[in-house]
Each structure stands twice: as structure tokens, then as C-alpha cells.
Ligand binder design. Structure first.
Ligand code: SF4
Length: 269
């Protein structure tokens, strides 16, 4: 046993689950430290939501950044090789490293917003032995409808980007679905243009670095392609509606797609 005091840290992503967890923990652990690993490539809605959460918590949310450079510098050092689900250097450098540096060698409980209905996502991304993961939602059997209810009751509601996107994280996140790229195009055309500039194509070798598989953002924004993407999305939603026969709660549970793949725990919870 050690006499070293244990720190309590809750890492926010700007998403619904970590926000609901902060709401739950505010009065339970007054000494909680709230942090946000800022890639500096987040959506404006995320920063706005975190500002409102800060007011609700009555406590500052520490914004942590990677000291080894910003996204563009890191991308340049990788000769334009975009991060992807297979090469997720962005998460490692811009999210995990700043978090681990902040904790240092202190023993800390790290509170993670994995819900009772998604226990398969359990598994923390830090391998440091002094960082001990805690899962209060699982212990309290809190599931997705509870999270929506907590957000509603707190007055914070859900982040505004949920109108067109199902996850928090960088505006160019490669985990987003094609319909979410369309959402970015329509809601933040400036950020869509920025994301496009990171894509590269070598006309001689035919080699392409694109955010979405097999499709560049230039190709995706063609009006006929946008229409197809929207139609396919609508069709999928109609199928879900029919499956749950208008049960909005169940529909909400299954329709925001955060169970579709692992995504990135530290970015998307
Ligand atoms: S949100 Fe996506 S792009 Fe941003 S750090 Fe996480 S995985 Fe990478």
C-alpha cells in the first residue's frame, strides 16, 4: 500500500456519454479533475458544449494539448500519410499522450463513460499501471436512454452536432459515416474544405490518401453522390423505424450508430 493520495480524473470528449458521466460524478466526487485532450481540430459545437458544461460543473475543464506539435505538423512529418482506423497515430499522440503526461506517475482513478449496455467496449487505452479505469455507468447499470435523460434533466441537452453527426471528435475523423461527411459539408463548408486539403493524390502513381475509403471528398461532394448518400441513409432509418415500430426510445438507442464499431474510446465517449 502507498500513502500517495489517489487522484480522480474524468476525461471528457465533448460527447454525450462522458458529459453525462460528469453530471453523475459532480456531487459524488467534488475533487474530480475534468480534462479535455484538445486536438485543436474539434468542431465549434464541441467547444461550445464544453463551455456550458464547465458552467454546470462550476469547475474548470483543463484543456490538454500535445507538446510535440499540432495535427498539421505531425501530418507533415508523416509525409501526408493520413491517420486511419489501422494507423491511429492521431489518438495516440493528440489524445492519449497528453492525458498520460497530465497524470504523470500519480496513482489515478480514470472515470470512463462506457455504459451498461455496451460492456463489450470495456478496455482502457492506457497501459500505464498507475491509471486505474473506473466504470460508474456499468456499476450503476446506466444505459443509453438513462444518459439521454440525464442530459435532458441537467438542462445541457445533447451536443448540437448530434443533429447531423453521431460522435464527438475531430471534424475530419475517419470514423465518420459518409452521411456525416455530407453533414460537415452542409453545416461547416469551411471545415469540409480544410479536410479536403489534407487529401493527396499522385496522378503518376495513382496513389491516394483519402479520409473515406475509396472515395475522395471531392468525389463525395458531387450533388448526385450527396443525394445517393442521403437516400441510403434515409432508407436505413426507415428500416429501423419499421423494426422498432415507432418506439422512439429504442430507435434512439439503435439509431445513433455508436455501437457500429469500436471507434475511438477516448475521442468518442
Ligand atoms: S477523433 Fe478521430 S481523427 Fe480525431 S484523434 Fe480521434 S480518432 Fe483521430
Amino acid at each position: 500500500m502507498t500513502d500517495q493520495p489517489i487522484r480522480h480524473i474524468l476525461s471528457l470528449s465533448g460527447g454525450k456519454d462522458s458529459t453525462a458521466l460528469a453530471i453523475l460524478m459532480r456531487d459524488r466526487i467534488p475533487e474530480m479533475e475534468y480534462i479535455f485532450c484538445d486536438t485543436e481540430q474539434e468542431l465549434p459545437e464541441t467547444y461550445e458544449y464544453l463551455d456550458r458544461l464547465e458552467v454546470y460543473l462550476g469547475k474548470k475543464i483543463e484543456k490538454l494539448t500535445y507538446e510535440g506539435g499540432g495535427f498539421e505538423e505531425l501530418l507533415q512529418a508523416r509525409r501526408g500519410f493520413l491517420p486511419s482506423a489501422q494507423a491511429r497515430w492521431c489518438t495516440e499522440l493528440l489524445k492519449i499522450k497528453p492525458f498520460e503526461k497530465y497524470v504523470g506517475d500519480d496513482i489515478c482513478y480514470s472515470y470512463i463513460g462506457i455504459r451498461a449496455d455496451e460492456q463489450h467496449r470495456k478496455g482502457y487505452i492506457s497501459t500505464k499501471p498507475n491509471i486505474i479505469a473506473q466504470y460508474p455507468f456499468i456499476e450503476a447499470e446506466i444505459n443509453k436512454p438513462d444518459v439521454f435523460r440525464m442530459l435532458e434533466e441537467s438542462g445541457l441537452g445533447i451536443p448540437k452536432y448530434y443533429e447531423w453527426r453521431s460522435r464527438s471528435g475531430c471534424y475530419f475523423c475517419f470514423f465518420q459515416q459518409r452521411v456525416e461527411w455530407v453533414g460537415l459539408l452542409e453545416n461547416h463548408p469551411d471545415l469540409y474544405e480544410k479536410a479536403k486539403k489534407f487529401e493527396k493524390e499522385n496522378s503518376e502513381t495513382g496513389e491516394r490518401y483519402t479520409w473515406a475509403a475509396r472515395e475522395s471528398l471531392n468525389e463525395l461532394q458531387v450533388p448526385s453522390r450527396v443525394a445517393t448518400i442521403k437516400e441510403e441513409h434515409l432508407h436505413r432509418q426507415e428500416m429501423l423505424n419499421a423494426r422498432f415500430k415507432g418506439n422512439q426510445t429504442l430507435n434512439q438507442v439503435f439509431n445513433d450508430d455508436d455501437s457500429a464499431d469500436e471507434g475511438c474510446l477516448i475521442c468518442h465517449l
